[in-house]
Design a protein around this ligand. Structure first.
Ligand code: KG4
Ligand code: ZN
Length: 303
């Protein structure tokens, strides 16, 4: 639906949410074999994100909660990603370092327990996923570009084109990816690229991004003397990133935990899971709350 526009069109997204949300609830109930009267509370994404799409989810969740006389639990989208590895059969134990790499965020967090998150470093400009998407667009690949660029990179050879490793030696845990995209643009403009050139450029781009991400993620673990690294967000699906992280963490006697592939990208299960954790922690959920979504919502303002 969004591909022909080269990115998400907010109005199309929210209208599509309206069409899908009721059938989706029916399907989820049918698949889980649960009835609505067995539901304890309704968790939903309060933010951050596109306000139109957030409002559809919020309005639906609040209305459903009134209809079944149950409370609601508004959840932070990134907290959903952070805790998603806990849904696996072999979950990490607290505390751990989390590398959050999505289309909107590139962050290293220290996670002491559910609800306790400290930002260690983040991107000063583009998110890693955004850099993948923009670079894919420059190479004429479709949207969403991340997976397309990654698969093109598989057939290319890194090193023939030379791209920078931004901020790799900055000594802190910050990232910057907009310069990388500009470097790709320069290469694209220099001459007509053959399909083989494009594959090599994609491979070099992927090497650059994953090298920086892996280096800083491991540095964060060393700094905090932690051996568990959790990876969350769509870019966490990247095969080369996983390979690098596994190698680098093994070298310091650590381990990397990934959510299952279908839980890496945006999904509702991680939001429901966050809500369930809140209930288990004895948080009192809201009743009859206002429709207050938060399109911009820094994770450190959670409490
Ligand atoms: O977490 P997510 O599903 O959505 C949010 O941004 O919240 O992440 C989507 C991002 C997109 O930028 C997409 O291009 C990127 O994750 N992505 C990948 C891969 N799969 C998804 N980037 C690189 N390699 C992949 N295999
Ligand atoms: Zn996401």
């Amino acid at each position: 639906m969004h591909a022909e526009y080269g990115g998400v069109v907010p109005e199309l997204a929210s209208r599509d949410h309206i069409r899908r949300v009721v059938p989706l609830l029916r399907e989820a109930l049918a698949q889980s074999g649960k009835r609505l009267d067995e539901v304890d509370a309704v968790a939903y994404t309060r933010g951050p994100g596109l306000s139109g799409a957030l409002l559809v989810g919020c309005a639906f969740a609040e209305a459903l909660a009134v209809a079944i006389d149950k409370p609601t639990i508004p959840v932070h989208h990134l907290e959903g990603h952070l805790l998603s590895p806990l849904l696996s059969s072999n979950p990490p134990t607290f505390p751990f370092v989390a590398l959050l790499v999505s289309g909107g965020h590139t962050q290293l967090m220290h996670v002491a327990r559910v609800g306790s998150y400290e930002l260690l470093g983040e991107s000063l400009d583009d998110a890693a996923g955004e850099a993948f998407d923009k670079t894919a667009k420059l190479l004429g690949l479709g949207y969403p570009g991340g997976p397309a660029l990654a698969s093109l990179a598989e057939s290319g050879t890194a090193g023939r084109f030379k791209l920078p490793r931004p901020m790799i030696n900055s000594g802190d845990l910050a990232f910057s990816f907009s310069g990388l995209k500009t470097a790709v643009l320069t290469a694209v403009r220099a001459r007509e690229l053959t399909p083989a050139d494009k594959a090599d450029l994609a491979a070099e781009f992927q090497e650059a991004v994953t090298e920086v991400l892996a280096t800083k993620a491991v540095a964060a673990c060393r700094q905090r003397r932690l051996s568990a690294l959790v990876v969350a967000g769509g870019v966490g699906a990247n095969r080369r990133l996983r390979e690098r992280l596994d190698d680098a963490m093994a070298k310091i006697g650590g381990r990397v935990f990934y959510p299952a592939l279908d839980l890496c990208t945006d999904n509702g299960a991680m939001i429901a899971f966050c809500g369930a954790q809140r209930l288990l922690q004895g948080e009192t959920p809201r009743r009859g709350g206002a429709f207050a979504v938060r399109p911009r919502w820094p994770l450190n303002e959670l409490r």
